[in-house]
Design a protein around this ligand. Structure first.
Ligand code: FAD
Ligand code: DLZ
Length: 518
């Protein structure tokens, strides 16, 4: 009998291992199910992107001559769960076995472990070969180390892949890392090129209507949808980035600017994660640009490090540490997520910009996620579970394997330092250095107390003081602790009082649990 080849929504890849060795009678199953659309209340654009990518991918497989059974969300017989649809399809096709690819999320892996019992069929789970580092390879690397430093993992990935290498131990340019060249703010008057948009085609428009109908109360605007949803469009998005933004990607990687939601970033995370763009190809395209002389090494190396380094590393950490990883709360942060994370209604210009574009575009770039919404959550002591859920909801590229280590570990330090050796805490001075937000802000970034004081300032010092005992064990935190110790105690008291009043005000503004995000 036929094998049922299950392809999940974020597995829309020609090279997917579940499709290897397809027999003529085998059937591919793809199913749109409510359970996957609602396990968090994903941004409307994210659901539209996944469903549209799925529909396009099904058509692509059919064009390749494969048999595809595709269940739509509004199919009356749809059980609306993955397990239910797999069981139904197994019966429908008289399948004798099930073949799938390792899923991206722990939650789905647990579900898949029940498929054998539910169907009475053997389930073969194959490696997700779209990643460069296998889970075993990562475990072997991690097993020998006390500290899991991304930089050392990345160097092994460079050696093993040969990307940006001249000889086995010789990185291109004689250095592994050019990060110190990548810290510039956007110069006044410099206008970043607008990224290419991919306006919805008929398939995407259908899906958008479906999403508007089926998930009206999910967060986010649909109308600005411009994501690539096919491999061809994702390739074009990559080319557009390499030609127009890659050369300046390195220098302005950490910059932020009012009215510039994307700067020199690639906007390919959603395409990579849904499977329509191959990470090896993204690295190769950047390397080719360097070899042609079209992009400098600091930019190309910086970009490759994000994909070959960070992206593979966070996935490794996730599968190494789950399920315990998401339960930790090293800084004992318990505050509810303030309502302005959903509404964008805050007078802090940097937060308003980051949240506003997140609602409209399902996108914010790395420094906004880490140093604006993430930093605020860290300083204010927001509950990691609530913050993690917010990041899972709001971004088009959000999947737990990549979202969780970045949020729980890197931004919130809730993992106690697995991901990052110190908390990424910063005062308003950092935001002022890297952006122009402060100029138009209602608050004064130079003030740490008083009615107009930038909340990032008193919250930062309150955070350092609150966690002084713990931070004292970390040599990398010696500087701020020394500065705090030398400060006028009257000023410290004033900042801490103001922090308390501000945080009490946030509590009052937090929506009751279960409130719906709009
Ligand atoms: P670029 O800046 O152009 O980078 C190119 C690519 O490198 C990205 O597409 C991505 O695939 C990869 N990359 C860059 N940084 C990271 C990183 N830290 N971890 C993993 N991959 C990286 N990325 C996600 O894909 N999904 C998420 O849910 C997600 N949540 C995040 C939450 C927080 C709190 C933080 C600080 C970061 C998060 N990131 C996440 C990482 C990063 O912010 C996004 O990958 C990036 O902003 C996507 O936009 P881009 O394609 O324009 O990226
Ligand atoms: C994210 C998502 C959404 C919104 N919808 C579906 C769906 O209807 N059917 C499906 O197979 N997959 C969907 N996905 C992707 C899955 O949630 C994804 O496989 C897990 O997040 C694991 O990475």
């Amino acid at each position: 009998g036929p094998a049922l080849r299950v392809v999940l929504g974020d597995q829309c890849s020609d090279t997917l291992s579940a499709l290897d060795g397809m027999g003529a009678e085998d059937v591919v199953l793809m199913a749109e199910v409510r359970a996957e659309c609602t396990y968090v209340r994903h941004h409307k654009q994210k659901i539209a992107l996944v469903l549209s990518a799925m529909r396009h991918f099904a058509a692509r497989l059919r064009a390749r001559g494969l048999r595809v059974d595709y269940v739509t969300l509004d199919d009356a017989a749809n059980t609306q769960t993955l397990a239910g649809e797999v069981a139904r399809a197994a019966t429908r096709h008289g399948a004798t076995r099930i073949v799938c690819t390792h899923p991206g999320e722990w939650r789905v892996l647990q579900d898949m472990r029940g498929w054998e019992a539910a169907t009475g069929l053997p389930v073969e789970m194959r490696e997700d070969t779209r990643f460069l580092c296998t889970l075993d390879r990562f475990r072997a690397w991690a097993g020998t180390r006390k500290q899991l430093r991304m930089e050392f993992f990345y160097r092994e990935m460079r050696r093993e892949s040969g990307i940006l290498m001249e000889a086995p131990d010789q990185p291109t340019g004689g250095q592994w890392n050019f990060d110190h060249d990548n810290r510039a703010a956007l110069p006044k008057g410099m206008v970043p090129p607008k990224p290419r948009r991919f306006p919805p085609d008929a398939v995407t428009r259908d899906v958008m209507a479906l999403v508007a109908r089926a998930f009206p109360d999910h967060f986010g605007a649909l109308d600005a949808f411009a994501w690539p949803v096919t491999a061809e469009d994702a390739e074009a998005a990559l080319e557009d980035f390499v030609a127009h933004r890659l050369p300046d990607f390195g220098s302005y990687q950490d910059a932020m600017a009012e009215g510039e939601p994307t700067l020199f970033h690639a906007l390919i995370g959603a395409a990579l994660n849904v499977g329509i763009l191959d990470p090896r190809e993204a690295c190769a395209a950047a390397e080719r640009a360097y070899r042609r002389g079209d992009a400098p090494l600091n930019a190309v190396e910086g970009f490759v490090r994000q994909i070959l380094g960070w992206r593979e590393y966070v996935r490794g950490i996730y599968w190494l540490r789950m399920p315990a990883y998401r339960e930790t709360n090293a800084l004992e942060a318990r505050r509810k997520l303030p309502w302005f994370y959903w509404s964008g209604e805050t007078e802090m210009a940097c937060l308003r910009a980051a949240i506003g574009q997140t609602r409209d575009l399902a996108y914010a770039h790395h420094i906004q996620r880490l140093m604006v919404t993430g930093n605020f959550a860290l300083l204010a002591g927001l509950d990691p579970a609530e913050v993690n859920e917010w990041y899972m909801v709001v971004y088009a590229d959000a999947y737990e394997w990549v979202e969780l280590p970045n949020t729980h570990g890197m931004a919130l330090h809730a993992d106690g330092g697995v991901m990052a050796s110190k908390p990424y805490a910063a005062s308003g001075a950092y935001i002022n250095r890297m952006s122009d937000h402060c100029r138009g802000c209602a608050f004064d970034v130079k003030a740490a107390t008083g009615a107009r004081a930038c909340p990032f300032n008193f919250l930062y010092w309150d955070f350092i003081a609150r966690h002084a005992e713990r931070l004292a064990r970390n040599p990398r935190m010696a500087m701020p602790l020394r500065t705090l110790a030398k400060m006028d105690p009257v000023k410290v008291r004033a900042m801490r009082d103001q922090a308390r009043a501000f945080l009490d005000g946030l509590d009052a503004g937090a929506e009751p649990a279960g409130a719906q995000a709009r």
